[in-house]
Design a protein around this ligand. Sequence first.
Ligand SMILES: [Zn+2]
Ligand SMILES: [Zn+2]
Length: 264
Amino acid sequence: MACDDLDKLRAESPQASPRDWPVDALNHLASCSRCAQLEDLLDSEPQPDFPEALRLKIENSILPGLSPVTPLSSVATLTIMLLLASMFVVIAAEWPLGLAGWRARNSYQIALNLSILLISSSMLANLLARLISPGSSSPVLPYSVVPLLALIGSNSLLFGYQSNETLTRQTLACWEIGVSCASVSVPLFWLILRRGFSINLVGQGAITGLLAGLTGVMVLEIHCPILEKSHIVAGHLGAALTSTVAGASLGYLYATQRLFLRKR
Ligand SMILES: [Zn+2]
Ligand SMILES: [Zn+2]
């Protein structure tokens, strides 16, 4: 065995002492002054080179300011809390708005659209919970596009096209309701998400906006009795798209501000 082999042995198992080494290595250590000298140095206790008074001073200046924090809730808990917040907004909005849309739709239309909305919302809430939990990373774009495409597809399939003069006004009115419900949902979502930390703020903004937007779509599905393709896509889904874009823009603004503050 040569000096290099002994060095390699030390590097491979730094915790092992010469007692654990093979006979070859011990023979080399006994015969080689260079390796014996190195071993003596490594074995000797490092002398603490830090005055006790200084250590206490540092500890006293840091420790009193530290207080324990409650850990971030689990992804499952956060997901359920986001869905409950969304349901709360739907129920609170339906109270004054009424259930005309629910009555106007047949059971097939209700089942298909509500299934897509519930599955999409659960998926987005889960994605959002994972995005703000440290150590997780997820591709955001496919998740944000799929729910809107699925809803455009199902509404095109379920409803016919029939234009009239009042439709634009009604579409605008529904868009306003959708955006308002989304705006009310965002502060509730923020309360749930505020203790997490996301490195993808644009993605987090977009997904938060879309989840809030789908809350608005859910409200409109139950409230709005106008079963017309272009009205639903522009007024109802348009509100969700607006809120998604607004969320992504806010995320972008916040991210550039965070970067700016860090650079200063
Ligand atoms: Zn040696
Ligand atoms: Zn409508």
